[in-house]
Design a protein around this ligand. Structure first.
Ligand SMILES: [Zn+2]
Length: 277
């Protein structure tokens, strides 16, 4: 009996995740430039600017019915929409299978959704929006007595000192990545001195710095330090794989390939929150 209830909860939570995925797609369509619309506005087709009817806002539905083109200009809809819906549903289901239903699960699901949104916008625009990362950091500080407590702890044992660890985590996250950002700028000035075509991408951008602050608030101090070490390790492995892949495909590699550090940061931070390694 309890087993059935647990399965039902996982199923319900997965469905909630799919619906959250619809909202994430809406945010990823509306918030970034050049659109810069409010989340509440109806998303529009980037080609003909006509508002999306409800059927086009549900990725799984529109792709399943093969109506994956804009009704006005027949520009293809992004495959991202059903992928984000399915991915969010799967992750929410996974979280519900791992943690008891309660404050911790709800908080973790909320921040999982925020991190998915940041990852999607960063993949599509190479941009981390302040309008997402800064409110999320404040939410992480407020939620830290839940997020940094033991996963299945009861509400009456809230430890408010955890807010201090969360704030310290954010501060250390900002400080270390800002240091790396500053070193990157310095490195570029030296490299560009003798280059005809200037490189203008730094390893860690200011968006990554703000993301590291958010993750610091989420995992707290001193864990943020191991999350950053993991990020750099993942970045090294990922970078090596990208170079090997480019070399196999083209016989050469672009020396100034941009590293998707935001994705590695999100991966390392989220993995800590879920697995507490
Ligand atoms: Zn259109």
């Amino acid at each position: 009996m309890t087993h059935n209830i647990a399965t039902l909860l996982i199923l319900i939570f997965s469905l909630v995740g799919i619906f959250v995925g619809v909202l994430l797609n809406r945010a990823a369509d509306n918030l970034p430039p050049p659109a810069r619309r409010s989340f509440l506005e109806t998303p529009r087709c980037p080609y003909c600017n006509s508002p999306r009817p409800p059927g086009e806002q549900f990725g799984i539905v529109s792709f399943a019915l093969r109506r994956d083109k804009c009704h006005q200009c027949s520009a293809p809809l992004k495959l991202r929409a059903p992928l984000v819906e399915l991915g969010t549903g799967a992750l929410f289901g996974f979280l519900a299978s791992r943690f008891e239903f309660g404050m911790y699960l709800l908080a973790l699901a909320f921040f999982t959704a925020i991190l998915i949104l940041i990852a999607v916008i960063d993949l599509e625009h190479k941009l981390i929006l302040n309008t997402v990362s800064l409110p999320a950091t404040i939410a992480a500080l407020i939620a830290s007595p839940v997020v940094l407590a033991s996963p299945n702890g009861a509400l009456n044992q809230l430890n408010w000192n955890l807010i201090i660890l969360s704030a310290l985590g954010a501060a250390v996250g900002y400080a270390i990545t800002f240091g790396i950002y500053w070193l990157g700028v310095l490195f570029l000035q030296i490299v560009n001195r003798n280059r005809a075509t200037k490189i203008d991408t730094v390893a860690f951008g200011m968006g990554d710095v703000k993301l590291a602050g958010l993750l610091g608030a989420l995992v707290g101090f001193p864990t943020i330090i191991s999350v950053l070490v993991w990020t750099i390790l993942l970045g090294g492995v990922g970078g090596a794989l990208i170079i090997v892949f480019q070399y196999v495909r083209r016989g050469s590699f672009a020396r100034d390939t941009v590293m998707p550090y935001a994705l590695y940061l999100i991966l390392a931070g989220w993995a800590y929150m879920v697995f507490r390694f």
